[in-house]
Ligand binder design. Sequence first.
Ligand code: BTN
Length: 339
Amino acid sequence: MEAASASVVYVESGRMSQRKRTVIDILRGSPGFVSGQTISDNLGISRNAVHKHVNSLRERGYRIVGVSRRGYKLEEEPCRLAMPIVAKLTQNTLFGHSLRYHDEIESTNAEAKALAADGAPEGTVVIAECQSKGRGRLGRKWTSPSGKGLLFSVILRPPLPMTEAHLLTLVSATAAAEGIEAQAKIPVQIKWPNDLFLNNRKLGGILLEVSGEHDSVEWVVVGIGINVNTEFAELPAPLRRTAISLKIATGQPVDRSVLLARILLALEKSYLDAVSSGFERALRGFRERDYLLHRSVSVQTREGPVVGEAAGIDDRGALLVELPHRHIRRFHSGDVTLQ
Ligand code: BTN
């Protein structure tokens, strides 16, 4: 089901069952606690089933307190992007003409790829408050609590050969960094090839997926995930030493709607500049923010790890690593860790 307003299409995922909606409606209708029995009588389901629905709503960002013998109380609903504001700030732009908003989705990249394969025009943007199967690079997962991050994917149809498509990762990372810096007034670094870094921790990432034939790109999906208002306790435990959000770094909540618009505008500018004039601006933007430069790194390759000192990127976007005897090796892809 779809409902449209201006350039925003609100796509109803249909994933939230009528029962969960009713649980929310009952909790919303009461300022105090509602007993599990009242909800179970209302829905005609067991109290155990009520408990399961409540837990699943918690996973979707609803803060529901449960107290034995008193029941449940809705304390906070998940934050939503103000899409009319995003539409207004991006009106009459390429990346503002079709904003497809989902409360929940498996993956904005997967959805954007399906739309692209179906012929959706360049500049279509898929946005979600949360993803059940968010994807990262190298088969990793991307998780973010509902309403706390930015999760979106943009469809591009660049007039480029396949051999240049990967450079759009640098374009996208630089644009995302510019948008964040303008909004949060903090310097963002880029860890080659696709990570956004802040205070030595990962703030976000870019996942580029490309389709094409005979050396020409048919479509590119640029997926961007950024931890914006995520609290420290909401980061997955294994990532608490390596990840960060803008709110954790600055102590201030960030207006996600304005941030999304800023990034879309910066991305459009950098993208149009890259396809019309080449990648110099993006390469410069990357080099100004190169997180790895002069650090001792280990690049995972099929033959095993290669250790050396990061020496920037070349004009094709490849990572340069200085090995002993000043020998420079180029890497076009790979996973890099600090030594
Ligand atoms: C990475 O760091 O490995 C890249 C992470 C990219 C995550 C974003 S979130 C929006 C878009 N949809 C996805 O499934 N992945 C990207």
